[in-house]
Design a protein around this ligand. Structure first.
Ligand code: SF4
Length: 317
């Protein structure tokens, strides 16, 4: 099998804060294969956005490796990192915050080509017009400013900008979370169309399991800085092995009431996640786990293969 497009291998990322050291990522391993969507799900504060920034090499790591296209890019800097960055792009939750209000949308779209010295002025304009049309906007909108667009249109502009360098991987960090339901569906369909057309891979990060289920080929579930389960989307949905995954699925809204019966038995999640400054000993999920036993308080479970491409970190799965 060919090397994954993106791989995080036992990555540790700590942050020193006035309150102590936060281990935002504590041995995270995951892979995104070419042309697939890996959904990354978990409650807020579990480390999902840190994964995005590490994947894009906006943040370094203290331990572990980041591989892109089979090459170790963990220690890359300068021109070598610049080349990798052209192959990886990001779509943010709030496209307005990532667009300069004083720069026209056309210029914002041309900027990645300028930074990476990919094209002359005429070709840059042509490419910007192409990208606008490809995401369902009009080429003549290039002269407008970000405030002249709706939230959904701005997210389309964010996607157009990510497309400009024809990346191999796009990291979508809560990219549809701020949109209302009908616009969200349109933007998701656009992302899926672009994947079919260009073969781009997505690392799709969201706290919303129903959205992740809709877009992903495989899913990784994070809890307090660690991946606790991963596997194929349908396997994970129909046969979740980790009590945390079961609780997340039970809590996810159901679009069709008839689909309720397809879910595993309800196991609601109690309480908030513990502080990442002082994670519980043993299994980090044990204070909230309905199945926790003595062993769970003493010993951290390793992520192990559970058959059918599923991996789980639980002593009793
Ligand atoms: Fe629950 Fe124990 Fe499994 Fe952790 S190891 S998820 S506490 S049963």
């Amino acid at each position: 099998m060919s090397a994954p497009l993106l791989e995080l291998d036992r990555v540790v990322r700590r942050f020193d804060t006035p309150g102590g050291t936060v281990r935002a990522l504590d041995g995270v391993s995951l892979q995104v294969r070419r042309g697939e969507t890996l959904g990354l799900v978990g409650e807020s504060g579990c480390g999902k956005s840190t994964v995005a920034r590490v994947a894009l090499r906006l943040l370094g790591v203290q331990q572990g490796r980041v591989l892109f296209g089979g090459e170790d890019v963990t220690g890359r800097a300068g021109a070598a990192l610049h080349d990798v960055r052209a192959r990886l792009q990001m779509v943010f939750q709030d496209p307005y915050a990532s667009l300069n209000p004083r720069v026209t949308v056309g210029r914002a779209l041309e900027e990645p080509l300028l930074v990476h010295r990919r094209a002359g002025p005429a070709e840059r304009r042509e490419q910007a017009a192409w990208a606008l049309e490809r995401v369902g906007l009009r080429a003549d909108m290039a002269g407008r400013y970000p405030h002249e667009f709706s939230g959904g249109q701005r997210q389309r502009i964010g996607i157009a900008r990510a497309l400009m360098l024809r990346p191999e991987l796009i990291v979508c960090d809560e990219a549809v979370s701020a949109l209302d339901l009908s616009v969200r569906a349109q933007v998701i369909n656009l992302l899926l169309d672009l994947q079919r057309e260009f073969g781009v891979s997505y690392l799709f990060i969201s706290h919303d399991l129903s959205v992740v289920r809709h877009v992903s080929d495989r899913v990784a579930v994070m809890y307090l800085g660690q991946v606790v389960e991963s596997g194929g989307r349908d396997a994970l949905w129909h046969r979740p092995l980790h009590p945390y995954t079961r609780a997340l699925i039970a809590a996810a809204p159901v679009a069709r009431p008839s689909a309720r019966g397809q879910r595993p038995p309800r196991a609601l999640l109690a309480g908030d996640p513990p502080s990442p400054l002082d994670p519980p000993a043993g299994c980090r999920f044990h204070p909230r786990c309905p199945q926790a036993g003595e062993r769970c308080r003493q010993e951290a479970p390793a992520l192990r293969e559970a058959g059918g491409g599923q991996w789980v970190a639980c002593h009793f799965a």
